[in-house]
Design a protein around this ligand. Structure first.
Ligand code: BT5
Length: 272
């Protein structure tokens, strides 16, 4: 078991081009690489999102990185590994002018005040692994640092859905400085991940920066869809949803795709 306190994230492996930094580190985990290894790419030929989706970024503009963690934590608190990287990214962007309004859309996006995506996190693990990959979690994050420079750079489907730190702060942003701040902050969140009181601290911080709380949501689960109002997070960082459907009680969502809905139209009083 690795000691979380010893994670320094100093073993940063840089690639001009790679298929996916997550894929690379999962393979390194299988070969026994220690927790704390970081992979950073200038470009990915097969950058991946969740559920088979892809992650877009032109060469040399954005941050594309993954970290290898081997957290020792209860199975139902695994989401907090994703949260550690999201919180570190939030810390790293908080210093930029006008980027202070960035929050976490549960479970894995950093979004601006308008709900546009600034970054996405993808945690991957082989839960059936025996041997060196057992307990390993690779958490990747793509952060839109300097791309798009304007909405004209975006493919039509991302217009209004994606935004960069450069757009938010009004000028080019130093990618390397964001990376170093992220890794600095991750040192302390990764330490917290290894301790029950640290995980409580993470969940509490997450709750203060989670834009999903209070929103009307549609949660897409493998075999059902829940529509309701997100009311908070559990101590494990799971989402609490008060469903519209009567008599079903508060639901705890452990994993799922969440869409923020606009508040429904105000009901007209009868007779108007
Ligand atoms: C994610 O998936 O948001 C996780 C993205 C993780 C990317 C990092 S990069 C380093 C590491 N190595 C990898 O191979 N992956 C990780 P998801 O929630 O499924 O969102 C994917 C969706 O976001 C796509 O289907 C697009 O609609 C949208 N999208 C793609 N590129 C985007 C971008 N640059 N900015 C905003 N939205 C984007």
């Amino acid at each position: 078991m690795s000691d979380p306190a010893s994670l320094d994230f100093h073993d940063v492996r840089r690639f001009d081009s790679i298929d996916s930094t997550n894929r690379y580190l999962l393979e390194e985990a299988r070969a026994g690489a220690p927790a704390g290894v970081v992979a950073v790419a200038d470009f990915q030929t097969a950058g991946r999102g969740r559920l088979g989706r892809s992650w877009e970024a032109p060469a040399g503009a954005n941050l594309l990185l993954s970290v290898l963690l081997r957290p020792v934590l209860p199975a139902d608190e695994r989401y907090l590994a994703t949260a550690a990287v999201a919180l570190a990214a939030l810390d790293a962007t908080g210093a930029l002018p006008d980027a202070g309004g960035i929050g976490i859309k549960w479970p894995n996006d950093l979004v601006d005040r308008g709900g546009r995506k600034v970054a996405g996190v993808l945690a991957e693990a082989d839960l059936t692994a025996n041997g060196p990959a057992e307990g390993a979690v690779v958490v990747g994050i793509g952060i839109n640092v300097n791309w798009p420079a304007s909405d004209a750079d975006l493919p039509p489907e991302l217009v209004g859905a994606a935004v960069s730190l450069q757009q938010l702060s009004g000028g080019p942003v130093d990618r390397e400085a964001v990376l170093q701040r992220l890794l600095d902050s991750l040192r302390s969140w990764a330490t917290d991940l290894g301790h029950a009181d640290g995980r409580q601290r993470m969940a509490a911080r997450l709750a203060t920066r989670c834009t999903t709380i209070g929103a009307r949501v549609r949660v897409e689960l493998p075999d059902e869809v829940v529509v309701g109002t997100a009311t908070g997070l559990t101590a494990s960082g799971h989402l609490l949803v008060d469903p519209d459907e009567a008599d079903t009680g508060i639901r705890t969502i452990v994993a799922g795709d969440v869409v923020h809905l606009r508040p429904g139209p105000t009901r007209q009083p009868p007779g108007t």
